[in-house]
Design a protein around this ligand. Structure first.
Ligand SMILES: [Zn+2]
Length: 180
């Protein structure tokens, strides 16, 4: 596993009907010309994707992208569209580069099967923290994946950012891996 990546094998997972692009962050899932809102709503089909989906069959090991502290560790959720992220871990980074001037970041690892950490645990970059799954609203999706969602400077909806900046492996605008 490359440090900074949450999985050993890094590929974008497409959403059910819009190919690889639908796995990317932002307004990637809806017809061109529709308005897109970053705010969540179950009835508004134009909501943005709040993170990036990385392809992973159920039970794949998940690694912490950075050093940090566990803020949330939720398990016991099955197939439940109202608990969208399912079993999840939220880690506030204490990585040096996120502590000086660039602002703290919070990272969600979502739809997990196993959660191997608890609130308050100190985590190092590259530690195994759980396994991927299909919990929450991901139980019926064709492309099983790990959802990564990141907040910068403060933990609130309006502080969500594209995870691209923070993941070591880079993807182009079509969701294909860049080789560099
Ligand atoms: Zn997702």
């Amino acid at each position: 596993m490359l440090l900074g990546n949450p999985l050993v094998d890094m590929e974008v997972a497409g959403s059910n009907n819009v190919s690889l692009i639908g796995g990317l962050y932002g307004c990637t899932r809806y017809w061109v010309g529709y308005k897109c809102s970053i705010e969540p709503s179950y009835t508004n089909k134009n909501k943005a994707h709040k993170g990036i989906d990385l392809k992973a069959s159920v039970g794949t090991d998940v690694y912490s992208m950075f050093d940090g502290e566990v803020i949330k560790a939720v398990s016991g959720i099955g197939c439940d569209k109202y608990k969208a992220l399912g079993n999840k871990i939220l880690i506030k980074s204490t990585h040096a580069e996120h502590q000086k001037g660039t602002g703290s970041i919070w990272i969600y690892y979502a739809h997990l099967t196993d959660v191997d950490v608890k609130v308050g645990d100190k985590i190092e970059q590259g530690d195994k923290i759980g396994t991927t799954g299909k919990t929450g609203n991901a139980c019926k999706v064709i492309n099983k994946h790990l959802h990564i969602q990141i907040y910068k400077d403060s933990y609130k909806d309006s502080s969500r950012v594209s995870p691209d900046t923070y993941i070591t492996t880079k993807f182009d605008k079509n969701g294909n891996k860049k080789d560099d």
